[in-house]
Design a binder for this molecule. Structure first.
Ligand SMILES: [Fe+2]
Length: 154
């Protein structure tokens, strides 16, 4: 049934959220790769750091997917779609150095933050204050992660 929530056209908002969801899923698998495969003198610290990041990412994925449902659309749930839509690349390697892992995640987080800033403006212009607020919460979480990652490469 169509959601009668006062938004004329939800299609552009759903497209933005589907891209956000796809990107978060690709990021999630990349973080898991690093959690599993990291090797360092402080292995336990880094293993747990990546675990914290993917726990947060898991929650983001569920929240983004359910936001799409709140707008009355079905949420995409396959990796073919996620790979097509994602604005970041997946990690193809398993032997990445810790420094490269941190740098890659920082670059991805900054890419996501810059795109999300544009998306927040776009959903506001489309009259969707709920998604605007939702994405504003999400961008703050990504900004906090980016700060932590940046502090590890400084
Ligand atoms: Fe684990």
């Amino acid at each position: 049934m169509k959601a009668n929530i006062g938004i004329q056209d939800t299609s552009k908002i759903v497209d933005i959220l589907a891209t956000t969801l796809a990107t978060e899923n690709i990021l999630n698998l990349k973080i898991r790769n690093y959690h599993w495969n990291v090797e360092s003198l402080s292995f336990n610290d880094h293993h747990k750091f990546f675990e914290g990041l993917y726990d947060e990412s898991n929650e983001n994925i569920d929240a983004i997917a359910e936001r799409i449902r709140m707008l009355g659309e079905k949420t995409p749930a396959n990796y073919e779609t996620y790979l097509r839509l994602s604005i970041i690349n997946e990690e193809k390697w398993t032997n990445v150095s810790l420094t490269k892992m941190i740098e890659a995640l920082l670059k991805d987080k900054e890419t996501i933050i810059c795109q999300m800033r544009k998306d927040i403006d776009a959903v506001w212009e489309l009259g969707d204050v709920g998604t605007e607020d939702f994405l504003t919460g999400l961008i703050q979480a990504h900004e906090k992660n980016a700060w932590m990652l940046r502090s590890m490469v400084a």
